[in-house]
Design a protein around this ligand. Structure first.
Ligand SMILES: *Cc1c(COP(=O)(O)O)cnc(C)c1O
Length: 844
């Protein structure tokens, strides 16, 4: 384990002492036995306290605990859970077996939000839940990962709707002493008194902001959260960590400085040896500034410092829309870094250039992240492609396929999202170690052995659970809005557990087009009110308080849900969070997702649904574009080349058509157990579960980014940074002299033999050594999937005059220079991790 974890001691009867450990380790959030143990202490309080075990144990009547301490049934279960926990914490892991040489250095994972559990509300949506699931799988796999984030005093808001569907954002000030977090302590080896709490200080503009460091224990690994709400800070600075995505641009840049710079300082103060850094979305990219500054203090030149940082940094981008990337006006940026620029005046321009967007005269966080990270990726295959298009100009307009941004498709943490009832069922048919081998497709084939009746009956029970939960949610909304007793009571009749049930829940951002299904209300009416084959819809989601079009979507759904013809059949639930998300992705029949393509970078809620046998019905965007195979769900079609309005019309038509002609008939194909439907549920689980889980995803990150970064960094810094210095000097030299490199002449007049001919090119290099470049012919060939680039390396034939070299290659005889092919030169080096690490290219 990376660090020692010492839970706070909650005052408990002696026999229950170890419940403190369980309450302070988020391990409980993905272990059903632990969750049900806490629930058993007092089910009502447990629900009332958002399933927060720390609050439960601190606020409950001590007499109840005394009673549990005498209850042998309870004690037996508790001991079994503790046993499970101890075994988990001590087990040998995938990482310790695969990479025993890398267990001593942490991978620091920086993210502005983390969604671990509803009891710790420091997430707003998919990005946070992904970060939480990433940390949980890292723990399961034994990867020494330390998370870094901010601790928001008011978290993200609670959503309340009024009697017209208007969203009211309720903010709650959390008592940190009642959350499952503990203060981080100064390591004893620094001469600290035991229990001395850890603080760091960060320069923000001309001020010093002090941060308290907290620790969330996520299984084997820590996540550190920074908190500015301290008396020593000015009232304005105390507010900096008040809310997730609150405030204005000033709040935003200041938060990002606290996260990036403060996070690195916290790692140092903790004495945690850190070998690689993961920037999860641009918000965290300022970590590069602090790390460069550290290297400058060691006496390294800026360009060498940057090479070391690049080698050890991984960047994941999540936003396929240019406007979604954080950018700050240069004047604001200069103001907030005035202290840094005062102390490191000679490097001011170099720091600014790292994120400078000339077109907008702004400092772009994604540019900074890309300049600071040698390895970058999008979050699905399609999003990788969209990102390469979007950042092609940033890389010197090379061919889009060569832009150095890859992809690692998002997944979800299976133990968190799979219904306990299904875990039990799957365990009866899958090999005993299935949870440790989720990424193995062969293992999932065994799902086909489950009798249809068994899978269907578990699914039905989950749907009934959802219906009860939804009714309670609706009742609470009506009660709070002082509706009549009759209106409150009628909710009892809402939602039919036997009807085909479709779920739509996610943040209400406009690109997700939550109202698409309302394009033709009469047609919807016919679906919903079919007496033989009824369909019902559940909606849920929050809109950001500043997103007025998003809130208008909520009002529209609410209005439809109140129409007589849709009453109790189209419902909108309040306060979408991880708790409600679990009920929905486990309990509906179909998961609907119809974003404007390609705006959904990945999407993950459909992945949660898939593992639970809920069938996806979605636009071919994000993960579904690669997950859908024609048999494991349904696609919502449109001509992707058409304008947005046409696509919207076609998508809407497609939704109705597929529902009417395929989904409804399949669901109602047989009375009793609908075998054709269950067959598709199984197809969905078998084909999607092994791929779209975070174990597979985090193993990919480890194999493809973390371990290569750790190794490359070790190589770069050895012998007084010898390699880093060489690479940095080399890059600088090439950049400064590249303008000398010119292709003077291309001759394609060679005789055609065997349908091939020889082409020669004359290249003038100036001071650049010809062996530090690659000279290539580029042409395009038509293949089944479209036009593909073909690269033919050219060989140096002889030196014509000083620093001018003749190259030659053989290519198909019909290709003409200028019309069909071009010749290009770009720098290469054995130390580049990607072909176009230096975005320099000369072509003719
Ligand atoms: C999984 C999840 C999301 C992400 O859903 P998408 O459909 O991928 O946007 C958002 N919010 C919560 C609470 C979630 O659990």
């Amino acid at each position: 384990m990376l660090t020692k974890f010492q839970a706070r001691n909650i005052k408990l009867p002696a026999r229950l002492r170890r419940l403190s450990e369980l309450a302070y380790n988020l391990w409980f959030s993905w272990n059903d036995s632990a969750l049900s143990l806490f629930s058993r202490i007092d089910p009502v309080l447990w629900n009332q306290y958002q399933h927060n075990p720390v609050r439960l144990l601190t606020e409950i009547d001590p007499a109840v605990l005394e009673k549990r301490a005498q209850d042998s049934g309870f004690l037996k279960t508790m001991d079994a859970v503790l046993n499970e926990y101890d075994e988990y914490m001590a087990a040998s892991t995938w990482f310790s077996q695969q990479y025993p040489q890398h267990t001593r250095q942490a991978i620091a994972y920086f993210s502005a939000e983390f969604g671990f559990h509803e009891s710790l509300p420091i997430y707003s949506g998919g990005l946070g839940v992904l970060a939480g699931d990433h940390c949980k799988s890292a723990s399961d796999l034994g990867i020494p990962l330390a998370g870094i984030g901010l601790l928001y005093k008011k978290g993200y808001f609670n959503q309340k709707l009024d009697g017209h569907g208007a969203q009211f954002a309720e903010s709650v000030s959390y008592d940190f002493d009642k959350l499952p977090i503990i203060p981080a302590y100064v390591p004893a080896e620094n001469g600290a008194a035991p229990g001395e709490e850890l603080y760091v200080t960060v320069a923000v503009a001309d001020r010093e902001v002090r941060l308290k460091v907290w620790q969330v224990q996520v299984g084997r690994n820590p996540v550190y959260l920074l908190d500015a709400d301290l008396e020593v800070n000015s009232p304005w600075d105390r507010e900096l960590t008040a809310q997730l995505y609150g405030g204005n641009q000033d709040t935003r840049i200041a938060q990002e400085i606290l996260l990036g710079v403060g996070g690195v300082k916290a790692l140092r103060a903790l004495g945690l040896p850190t070998g690689a850094y993961h920037i999860n979305e641009g918000h965290a990219a300022f970590l590069a500034f602090e790390r460069i500054r550290e290297q400058l203090d060691k006496g390294l030149p800026f360009h060498v410092a940057l090479e070391i940082i690049r080698a050890s940094t991984v960047f994941t981008t999540h936003t396929p829309v240019p406007a979604g990337h954080d950018a700050f006006p240069m004047a604001m940026f200069d103001y907030y870094f005035s202290r840094l620029f005062h102390d490191y005046a000679q490097h001011r321009e170099a720091f600014r250039q790292l994120g400078y967007d000339q077109g907008k005269n702004a400092f772009n966080m994604t540019y900074l992240a890309m300049n600071a990270a040698a390895l970058r990726n999008g979050v699905s295959k399609l999003h990788g492609h969209v990102s390469r298009e979007m950042f092609r100009a940033f890389h010197g307009d090379i061919d889009v396929r060569e832009v150095p941004i890859g992809h690692i498709t998002n997944g979800i943490h299976l133990p968190t999202w799979l219904a306990p009832e299904l875990k039990e069922l799957y365990s009866r048919f899958l090999p005993g170690t299935w949870t440790l081998n989720q990424a193995n497709p062969d293992l999932w084939e065994k799902i086909n052995l489950i009798p249809d009746e068994s899978l269907w009956s578990v699914h039905k029970s989950l749907k009934e659970k959802l219906v009860l939960h939804a009714r309670a949610n609706l009742r609470e909304h009506r009660r709070r809005n002082s509706m009549t007793a009759e209106r409150i009571e009628e909710v009892r009749e809402y939602l039919n557990p036997d009807a085909l049930t479709i779920g739509f829940a996610r943040r209400f951002a406009t690109y997700k087009r939550a109202n698409l299904i309302f394009g033709d209300l009469d047609r919807l009416d016919r679906l919903v009110n079919d007496p033989e084959r009824p369909v019902q819809f559940l909606f849920a989601g929050k809109a950001h308080p500043a997103d007025h079009p998003g809130q208008e979507l909520i009002r529209e759904i609410y209005r439809v849900s109140q129409m007589d013809r849709f009453r109790g059949k189209v419902v909108l639930l309040e306060n979408y969070d991880m708790n409600l998300a679990r009920y929905l992705v486990q309990g509906v029949d179909v998961w609907l997702n119809n974003p404007r393509r390609p705006y959904e970078a990945s999407g993950t809620s459909g992945e949660k649904a898939a593992m639970n046998g809920v069938i996806n019905f979605s636009v071919l965007d994000g993960w579904w574009e690669e997950g859908y195979d024609g048999t494991n769900g349904w696609s919502i079609e449109a001509n992707n080349e058409a304008d947005f309005e046409t696509q919207e019309r076609e998508n809407t038509e497609s939704i109705y058509r597929v529902l009417e002609e395929e989904i409804v008939p399949l669901y109602y194909s047989e009375s009793g157990v609908p075998s054709p439907w269950v067959k598709r549920m199984k197809r969905s689980i078998v084909t999607l579960a092994p791929m779209y889980n975070t174990d597979r995803m985090v193993m990919d990150y480890t194999n493809v980014t973390y371990v290569p970064s750790l190794q490359r960094t070790q190589h770069f810094v050895a012998n007084e940074h010898e390699e880093a210095t060489k690479v940095a000097d080399y890059k600088r030299f090439i950049r400064e002299n590249w303008h000398h490199v010119r292709i003077v002449e291309v001759n394609d007049g060679g005789t055609v033999q065997n349908a091939e001919k020889e082409v020669t090119a004359t290249v003038k290099f100036g001071p650049v050594w010809y062996k530090d470049t690659a000279v290539e012919i580029l042409y395009y060939e038509e293949r089944p999937g479209g036009w593909e680039p073909v690269l033919v390396p050219m060989e140096p034939a002889r030196e014509l005059e000083e620093r001018t070299v003749l190259y030659r290659a053989r290519i198909p005889g019909h290709l003409k220079h200028g019309a069909h092919f071009s010749v290009r030169v770009h720098p290469v080096s054995a130390n580049f991790i990607r072909r176009f690490e230096l975005p320099l290219l000369t072509s003719l």
